[in-house]
Design a binder for this molecule. Structure first.
Ligand SMILES: [Zn+2]
Length: 232
């Protein structure tokens, strides 16, 4: 998370020692170039809104399902930052008060049900012997009709749908764009996800809301970072 002035890296679950680090000015000094600081998933969302799956849409949400589940809210074509800059932490939507521990240390968040740890746990349960399929392989197996791979994807899609249902009720977005290494090239997962979203969302709220795979792949964060520079 980055503060509202976008000078400080406030905290990063994957770098626990980094707290209130003046990363922008430190990088600028080292690089001798102008630096804009932001959260990588905000950059991903902005790029998808400008050039990817969300092109032409003004109100959209993004989920980056990788090691964790990152989130971004785009309103009127811009990243919505909230009170102190931490808006859009959509992976920490509460799914269950007594659920598994999230990477943030709190129980029951979406990230703990749909991030890479959840994928690995389900994959090991269903593929107890031999090499564990990585997300790319799992998606191929699911597309080929492998029932075990499909079960892994049904699990992830179910919990992502619970998160999306809450998001649709809160934001009524034009689209929710979902990317990240855990759900890449996974048409079966998206089919289940759309059906599950319909099951848990009020019809009027979800009318016309699209659930789309991200369009820019691994370059989205880089493109979005460049776009941030020009939006400031
Ligand atoms: Zn969390």
């Amino acid at each position: 998370m980055v503060d509202e002035t976008r000078e400080l890296l406030r905290s990063a679950p994957n770098f626990p020692e980094w707290k209130n680090l003046p990363l922008r000015s430190e990088l600028q000094e080292i690089l001798e170039l102008p630096v804009t600081l932001d959260n990588d998933v905000n950059a991903f969302g902005l790029a998808e809104a400008l050039w990817g799956a969300g092109k032409g849409k003004q109100c959209l949400l993004g989920l980056a399902v990788g090691a964790g589940v990152g989130g971004v809210v785009i309103i009127d074509g811009k990243v919505f930052r909230g009170f102190r800059g931490t808006a859009g932490e959509l992976g920490h939507i509460l799914i269950s008060e007594d659920g598994p521990l999230c990477n943030c240390g709190l129980p029951g968040h979406l990230e703990a049900y749909a991030g890479r740890a959840a994928f690995d746990k389900e994959a090991s349960r269903l593929f107890p012997t031999g090499e564990l399929p990585n997300p790319m392989r799992m998606a191929e197996l699911a597309a080929d009709g492998n029932e075990k791979a499909r079960e892994v994807h049904r699990y992830l899609a179910h919990y992502l749908a619970l998160g999306c249902a809450t998001l649709i009720h809160c934001f009524n977005p034009e689209a929710i764009i979902i990317g990240g290494g855990t759900v890449v090239n996974a048409p079966y997962l998206f089919d289940v996800l759309r059906a599950e979203v319909a099951r848990y969302t009020m019809e009027t709220a979800r009318e016309g809301v699209e659930i789309l795979p991200a369009g820019l792949g691994y370059m989205a964060g880089v493109l979005g970072a460049a776009a941030l520079r020009y939006q400031d």
